[in-house]
Design a protein around this ligand. Structure first.
Ligand SMILES: Nc1ncnc2c1ncn2[C@@H]1O[C@H](COP(=O)(O)OP(=O)(O)OP(=O)(O)O)[C@@H](O)[C@H]1O
Ligand SMILES: [Mg+2]
Length: 237
């Protein structure tokens, strides 16, 4: 459960988030909205890339804004990026293992966790391939392995479905749905693919111009007239 209260995040004259208040209270929660709605900004505030001008955020009882970004990572906050961050010159194994660098772990436990994360995303057998040799889908899955390795509590995903084929998107769906079961972590998922959101997220928040225009069960939210209007750029009736 993430309690977001009155978050203000502005860049000069642009108010990317305005009095944003919502309780994200399910295991997989979607965040949707038109381009520029503030979705990535919200993830940047959650993981500490950005410090909001006002407001508070509590995640499972922890005051998130009181923790420096590296403390949030240590606490169990993970993130995948709109432009994935797989390192070309490192093997798949090292791309995942590096996430455990700051965690005290016995060598065998570390190896087991890296192996489990790579297996979870379906990339077993590719451990020694360099990042640069992975195709776009494998890179996307490698980034998810980086997010789940160890003991994540909260995983933020920014458009993991972008550019995938229908078959790849199906695999991604299954992987996302399994995260809470396998790793016990909550997922906050941003995507423009409404079918991916509908298939994976019990609840969804909708942002438009930095404000919350809807939150609730995904099927209800997708039928909401304000949500449809925001996507079509029409006046709310
Ligand atoms: N670092 C920044 N400096 C200035 N303006 C920014 C910055 N980051 C975001 N913005 C602005 O804040 C608003 C929200 O941007 P954000 O990237 O959060 O949108 P988004 O919902 O993720 O959009 P998209 O679907 O296109 O990824 C936009 O108007 C954007 O131009
Ligand atoms: Mg974005």
């Amino acid at each position: 459960m993430i309690q977001i209260r009155d978050i203000e995040m502005g860049f000069g004259g642009v108010r990317a988030l305005s009095k944003l208040t919502v309780d994200l209270d399910d295991t997989i929660v979607g965040v949707i909205g038109p381009n520029g709605a503030g979705k990535t900004t919200l993830l940047n505030v959650l993981n500490g890339f950005l410090r909001p001008q006002a407001g508070s955020i509590t995640a499972f009882g922890q005051d998130l804004l009181a923790l420096a970004p590296h403390r949030r990572a240590h606490w169990g906050l993970r993130r995948t990026f709109q432009n994935e961050q797989v390192v070309d010159d490192m093997s798949l194994w090292d791309n995942v293992a590096v996430m455990l660098d700051t965690v005290r772990l016995a060598r065998t436990a570390r190896n087991d966790q890296v192996q489990a994360a790579i297996h979870f995303v379906g990339l077993s057998g590719n451990e020694q391939r360099l990042g640069r040799s992975l195709n776009a889908f494998e890179r996307r899955m490698a980034e998810i392995a980086r997010a789940v390795v160890g003991t994540p509590r909260l995983i933020l995903m920014d458009e993991p479905g972008a550019g995938l084929s229908p078959q790849e998107s199906g695999i991604l769906r299954a992987v996302i749905t399994s995260i809470p079961v396998q790793f016990g972590a909550m997922v906050v998922l941003i995507d423009h693919d409404v079918q991916l959101i509908a298939a994976t997220c019990a609840k969804t928040a909708v942002l438009d111009f930095g404000t919350l225009i809807a939150y609730g069960p995904t099927d209800h939210v997708l039928k909401d007239s304000r949500v449809k209007a925001a996507y079509l750029g029409e006046e709310v009736v």
